[in-house]
Design a protein around this ligand. Structure first.
Ligand code: C2E
Ligand code: CA
Ligand code: CA
Length: 728
């Protein structure tokens, strides 16, 4: 852990201030004492020197002359004689005592060997210590600071030597001298100068206090400035680092322009602001790029990626937010026609208008996206306790209504419809992708049911899709194993009663022995285009079988093969038929292809051309399920068909409906006019047969005669069939 710059800057100064103030206040008394003592000693030295000079002067200039004159006596106790002149030592002692000058500096000359007249002058404790000291060190001052009589004193003493022969002589010869073996230079006594330093100390204490105070004040001032500087440096740094941190979290918190006080900090702030500006630009750019990636440029709505992302997000949050996620996939019906007939420019305009119309209709919290060319997605989440279906259908209707608003484009009024598939996250969808899959299944169903409707996903729907997928898989296998075989239902000439042909009806004979009727798998086969190879297989089988009949005594019996509209759309139908005929060697006239009206509606011209080509192969063509579709008599005329097959639904109600009977007569009449044979299917009862016969219908098939039969049974049936049995 690194230390903060603030403390790094301030702590040394704080430390120095503390140590400084402390040491000043601690050291001051000692310094003071030292100063006082030293000064006192200097004074004492000075004083001592002065006294010594005076004495020397006295010795040389007074005592010497007096001694020579004979008029006076130089004596220690000179007071006793009128001619007495004091010896130098006495002179000095008496001089310093003379007027007991200022109390502050006191001088004393004392010896452990006094003359008799001064025998009472004894050394005090300090002087005894000093005496001992000067024995060892006669040139030094012996100094002590001590308290005496309530006063602080510096006492300094120096050795007083016998430094003149006269002195030595006098001391050795003086009658009251206690010691008589003095030599020149001997230490005879102490010359002490004592100074009362109370006043000095008081002043010193005042000085030291003032000094400490000033020091403290100075340091405090320095610290104050230091703290300020440290703050001025560290605060902006903290701000910059704070901003950097928030920048790294993705929040943009630029620095406000302010006075940074210091160039270095300011340039750092500038650099940061420059960087964050760049970062802002980079983010904006990234945002733009993201927008482009997630937006449909034509409508400015979210695109598939954007939709999916938002959906995934809401799905993952839905549990936490206690919400149900709902989506609606909207597919504009037959939109391609607009592009094909009016051009892409108009198509784009239409999409833009649709987007606007949808946007207007949908609640504000709905996400609308363009998922594909003509596919929109709507995303909305609702509280988890919302009833499952409530709103799902309503919103689907709203969407359909929005799409079906009249659009004014390129001088035209267009009215479109939409197929809608909706799904709600309550149906086990784990994630966005699964939800989209469910909605897609529903949309698929809506389209399969004929478009312009909404289907809401249900688990059953998914199950059906799963089944269908499995069915397709099984059909693939079945196709490879040749499990799709034709059963044959005989057809008869109503007037003669003769068996004239058979319709090949596909059955799925599975390996497990089950037999599946075409209604259960053909719709799926048609959706997956599997019907194309399946139909080819049936056609080949039927033609081969029919060819075989011819050799087995069933000459002239035709075979009719059903052709799905999907096969019809497949270009190869003509080529296939030709190839099958060549391969099986069947006479074209013995083959009939049954086509349904619905298969022909799509591209009339092309269909007619194909039928024409088939017809040119020499085969017959039948129009299946006639009477159920929206038969347009005008185009019937242009179709190269040979036979109309009246639908069995129509035959079923024939006995009870005089309308149907009238229509039957009309169809028969039409057949005559257009030279078409009329075959009625689904005949189950003799009465139906009689009625058909009476109305002039030429051919029939139905359970009344036989159900669709497996090949061998059909052959047997055909061989055993005699006209007499069935003639009515
Ligand atoms: P469809 O072409 O209209 O065939 C006639 C259907 O009516 C057959 O049903 C037949 O079994 C049934 N039928 C015949 N007589 C009677 C009767 O008296 N009463 C009743 N109730 N029904 C009768 P199936 O075999 O189940 O075939 C159903 C449909 O499947 C066919 O209708 C046809 O559209 C289609 N289909 C059958 N085989 C093929 C094929 O090989 N290719 C194609 N593309 N479609 C086929
Ligand atoms: Ca048929
Ligand atoms: Ca039919």
């Amino acid at each position: 852990m690194s230390r903060s710059l603030y403390w790094k800057i301030t702590s040394p100064v704080l430390l120095i201030a503390l140590v400084g103030t402390l040491s000043v206040s601690l050291a001051a008394p000692y310094l003071l004492e030292w100063f006082v003592t030293q000064t006192a000693v200097d004074n004492a030295q000075q004083q001592a020197a002065t006294f010594r000079n005076i004495r020397n002067y006295y010795s040389e200039q007074v005592v010497a002359k007096v001694t020579g004159s004979g008029g006076f006596n130089v004596m220690a106790d000179h007071q006793l004689s009128a001619e007495g002149v004091p010896v130098p030592a006495t002179f000095l002692i008496e001089m310093v005592d003379y007027d007991k000058p200022q109390e502050l500096v006191m001088t004393d000359l004392i010896s452990p060997y006094p003359f008799k007249n001064r025998i009472e002058r004894k050394m005090d404790e300090y002087q005894k210590r000093a005496w001992k000291a000067v024995q060892a060190n006669p040139d030094e001052f012996y100094v002590e600071l001590l308290e005496q009589d309530g006063k602080m004193m510096v006492r300094a003493a120096q050795a007083d030597r016998l430094n003149a022969p006269a002195c030595v002589a006098c001391h050795n010869n003086h009658p009251t001298s206690l010691k008589r073996d003095w030599k020149l230079g001997d230490v005879r006594g102490l010359l002490e100068v004592s100074t009362v330093v109370d006043g000095w100390l008081e002043r010193g204490v005042w000085i030291s206090r003032t000094l400490s105070g000033v020091t403290l004040l100075a340091f405090a001032l320095v610290m104050l400035v230091n703290f300020r500087v440290a703050r001025q440096v560290s605060e902006p740094l903290n701000r910059i680092s704070g901003s950097l941190r928030s920048l790294s979290r993705g929040e943009d918190r630029g620095l406000s322009p302010e006075d940074y006080q210091y160039q270095e900090v300011e340039s750092l702030a500038d650099a940061f602001n420059g960087f964050s500006e760049k970062e802002r630009e980079r983010k904006q750019l990234a945002h733009k790029v993201e927008m482009l990636a997630y937006t449909d440029p034509l409508t400015q709505l979210a695109n598939r990626t954007g939709f999916q992302q938002e959906l995934d997000k809401r799905m993952s949050e839905s549990a936490e937010r206690q919400a149900l996620v709902r989506i609606w996939l909207v597919d504009v019906d037959h939109f391609r026609d607009i592009n094909d007939t009016l051009g892409y420019e108009v198509g784009d305009k239409v999409l833009g208008l649709l987007a606007e119309a949808l946007q207007r209709t949908l609640p504000a919290d709905t996400l609308l996206a363009r998922l594909g060319e003509d596919e929109f997605g709507v995303l909305l989440d609702v509280a988890a306790d919302t009833a499952e279906w409530s709103g799902l259908e309503y919103m689907a209707e709203q969407v359909q209504q929005a799409v079906s608003e009249h659009l004014q484009v390129a001088g035209r009024t267009l009215k479109l419809t939409a197929s809608v598939g909706a799904a709600c996250s309550s149906h086990d969808a784990e994630n966005g992708q699964e939800l989209i899959l469910q909605a897609n299944i529903a949309l698929h169903q809506a389209k399969a049911l004929g478009r312009n409707r909404a289907v809401i996903h249900s688990p059953e729907l998914s199950a059906a899709v799963t089944q269908r997928v499995e069915l397709v898989h099984d059909m693939h296998n079945g196709l490879e194993l040749g499990e799709f075989v034709p059963f044959y239902q005989p057809q008869f000439d109503l007037q003669t009663g003769a068996l004239i042909g058979a319709e090949a009806l596909m059955r799925w004979q599975r390996k497990d022995g089950s037999l599946m009727p075409p209604g259960m798998f053909i719709p799926v086969a048609e959706q997956s285009s599997l019907i194309v190879p399946m139909g080819a297989q049936i056609m080949e089988n039927a033609c081969r079988d029919c060819q075989a009949w011819q050799a087995e005594g069933l000459e002239g019996i035709r075979v009719a093969v059903n052709v799905s509209s999907v096969q019809f759309a497949d270009d190869d139908l003509v080529a296939l038929t030709r190839a099958v005929l060549e391969k099986t060697g069947l006479q074209p006239a013995l083959l009939e292809l049954e086509v349904t009206e619905s298969g022909l509606l799509a591209e009339v011209d092309e269909v007619i051309a194909s039928l024409q080509k088939l017809h040119e192969l020499g085969i017959e063509l039948a129009l299946d399920d006639f009477g159920t579709g929206y038969s347009s008599l005008s185009y019937l005329k242009t179709l190269p068909v040979d036979r109309l097959k009246i639908d069995r639904e129509f035959v079923r109600d024939l006995l009870n409906s005089s309308d149907d009977q009238a229509i039957l007569r009309m169809i028969v009449e039409l057949g005559k006019q257009l030279n078409l044979k009329i075959l009625a299917e689904g005949v189950e009862e003799a009465e139906q047969l009689a009625l058909l016969k009476a109305s002039g219908c030429q051919e029939v098939q139905g359970f009344y005669y036989a159900k669709p039969l497996p090949l061998n049974e059909f052959i047997e049936y055909a061989k055993n069939y005699s006209v007499a049995e069935t003639t009515v």
